[in-house]
Design a protein around this ligand. Structure first.
Ligand code: ATP
Length: 605
């Protein structure tokens, strides 16, 4: 079938196949070295379980034949047939013990494998979450959030399930099928050949459909993610969607995604639901033929009743693992591909090692110097060629420039969210590369336009940078940020819980709350992204006042959008295409009549 729809399935199939199965298994094996003992117990238990499962029907031949012959001769003699401990009772007790032991071993190995898989998942999940903190921001620029989430959730779940049930079933199936076939051949070659013929048919159909079913399952997973993403987009962007009157477009897209999901699900469900009965039918046909042949052999006296029933026990216990084999191998491969993706994430290059001790101690003066800094987000595209400037303690540095000029990048480098490619950035005369990132960042307070408030009380949100702050300190910070009055109008004041998307708080108020957060953490240096159009003039004035109060005695970097607020700045950096094209005070720059002057006049023309 080479229709168009096969193309994405091919990709899905590649996604489900491990690239280096052997290497991944070896690494997985090494990483669970502390659990090798547990696995050894599982293996021994599986071996005994399989042996006993194969032995039980074999043993039952004697018992059934004894009972059958006993009943028949008692019937012929007109006596009552009795079982005593010496006459069959002991054998029956042994058989019962064997069956109980198999059940016990099965429970033991299931328990051990579950705890093995859960321990491994827990460890990998912890490693992933720790890894995420050590990944450079560049990684997140190049990978979608969903991708990382998928590693930590879907891939780990798939691996865990495969280890808990798949692996165990694969082991027992292999042992059970091999052992059963050996005994079956010894019992009756022809019956075994009939069984194998029908099994071959069933296996062939399973193999044909197993790959297709897996592809469809993977495709369905992608469709579910697609629908979720669209619904999430429609929910978070509801205001914009309404404002642009795009409701119909949005629901059309969701509709299209859900229709695709329904279509793929229909196919996947059909395959799963239709294939199993079809394979079972093939199995049953085989069993009917075996029963007829065995019946004839029985009548001819070539087969005993005991062997007849035992043979059927073997047929039953090996038919299912055999036909399931193809599915199991596929799902193990897909789980291995998941493990490979997890390892790929864990192997991503991390941010450089942190120096052990802080280069400076105590509060910093707040002198910042950029010396011939060179930087590009990607090696192919150098953004900043040669940036140099000095910010003296307590100064207000304004960074201006059109959109995409590199203002945010300058801050990203200052905070060491990204590492410079050349030159140095110094804090109080010390290269920031010699400091630990967390130490460096603890001296900065940031107020960005894109405020971030988390689910918790207003007090907790303000105290984010100083969790042990007293209520008095929190209120004092809110007062300094001119947000105390607003907080008091809230139903529970500082104990009002902010929801996830903080619907009930305006953009301006959110910004004031984040200013209060910075006031409380009292950093030596500040980074402020001025509020733009999203707040009304009165709120903007409030924010500016709060920011001005905050800037006193702190070295501050202000990303300015309205030049009217930075005429008093100690240094203005004018940026274009990642570089500083002019720097100086407002008056000097206006006098120079360069790019800044043009920008300034364009805003006030
Ligand atoms: N994470 C990133 N990966 C790759 N390129 C980036 C990244 N962030 C920004 N850029 C690019 O770097 C350049 C400078 O971007 P930057 O965000 O620093 O500009 P900006 O002056 O802050 O703009 P705006 O005022 O719009 O926020 C732009 O060309 C942008 O496309």
């Amino acid at each position: 079938m080479q229709d168009e729809q096969n193309i994405p399935y091919e990709d899905d199939y590649a996604y489900e196949m491990p690239d280096h199965a052997g290497k991944t298994i070896r690494r997985l094996w090494r990483s669970v070295s502390d659990q090798h003992g547990r696995l050894a117990v599982v293996l021994v238990s599986v071996a005994f379980y399989t042996l006993l499962s194969i032995y039980a029907p074999f043993y039952s031949v004697r018992i059934v034949d004894f009972l059958w012959n006993g009943i028949r001769s008692a019937h012929a003699q007109g006596t009552v047939f009795r079982v005593s401990w010496e006459q069959g009772g002991r054998e029956i007790a042994v058989l019962l013990a064997v069956y109980t032991a198999t059940a016990g071993l099965y429970t033991l190995q299931s328990f051990l494998m579950s705890s093995f898989a859960e321990r491994l998942s827990l460890r990998l999940r912890t490693e992933i979450s720790e890894k995420i903190n050590r990944l450079p921001l560049v990684y997140f620029d190049n990978h979608k959030t969903g991708e990382v989430m998928s590693r930590a959730v879907n891939d780990l779940d798939k691996m865990s399930e495969a280890l808990q049930t798949g692996l165990l079933r694969l082991f027992t199936a292999a042992g059970m099928v091999t052992g059963s076939l050996v005994v079956m051949f010894q019992m009756q070659v022809w019956l075994t050949l009939i069984f194998l013929f029908f099994m071959g048919l069933a296996l062939l159909s399973t193999k044909l459909f197993a790959a297709k079913t897996l592809q469809l399952a993977a495709r369905r997973q992608q469709c579910v993610s697609n629908v979720t993403a669209r619904v999430e987009e429609a929910y978070s962007g509801r205001v914009i969607i309404k404002a642009f009157g795009r409701e119909q477009n949005s629901s059309r897209e969701i509709h299209r995604a859900t229709e695709e999901l329904a279509e793929v699900s229909r196919k996947a469900d059909f395959l799963v639901n239709a294939i199993n009965p079809a394979i079972r039918l093939v199995n049953r046909l085989g069993q009917v033929l075996i029963a007829v042949t065995a019946g004839k052999l029985l009548i001819d006296g070539a087969l005993s009743v005991g062997t007849f029933q035992a043979f059927f026990q073997y047929v039953n216990q090996s038919a299912e693992p055999l036909t399931e084999g193809a599915y199991m191998v596929n799902s193990m491969q897909s789980a291995l591909a998941s493990v490979e993706r997890i390892y790929a994430l864990l192997d991503e290059p991390e941010i450089g090692a942190e120096p052990e001790t802080a280069a400076l101690t105590g509060r910093t003066e707040g002198r910042v110097e950029f010396r011939n800094v060179r930087f590009g987000y990607t090696p192919e595209r150098v953004l900043m060629k040669d940036i140099s400037f000095t910010a003296h303690p307590g100064q207000k540095i304004a960074v201006v420039g059109s959109t995409g000029a590199g203002k945010t990048t300058l801050i990203n480098l200052l905070m060491r969210f990204y590492e410079v490619d050349g030159g140095t950035i110094l804090l109080d005369g010390v290269d920031t590369k010699t400091m630990s990132r967390s130490w460096l960042r603890s001296h900065f307070g940031m107020v960005l336009q894109d405020t971030w408030l988390f689910e918790g009380t207003i007090a907790e949100n303000i105290a984010y940078g100083k969790p042990d702050a007293t209520r008095e300190e929190i209120v004092a910070a809110a007062k300094a940020a001119r947000v105390d009055f607003f907080v008091r109008t809230m139903p529970k004041g500082y104990d009002t819980v902010l929801g996830n998307d903080t619907e009930n708080i305006s953009v301006g108020q959110r910004q004031l709350l984040t200013i209060a957060r910075v006031v409380l953490s009292n950093p030596a240096l500040l980074i402020l992204d001025e509020a733009t159009s999203s707040v009304d003039t009165r709120t903007e004035m409030e924010i500016n006042r709060a920011m001005n109060a905050l800037m006193e005695n702190r070295t501050s970097f202000v990303i300015a959008h309205r030049l009217s607020t930075i005429v008093d700045a100690d240094l203005i950096l004018v940026m274009e295409n990642g570089n500083i094209i002019e720097q100086g005070k407002h008056r000097e720059l206006v006098k120079a009549n360069g790019p800044y002057a043009q920008l300034y006049y364009s805003q006030f023309a």
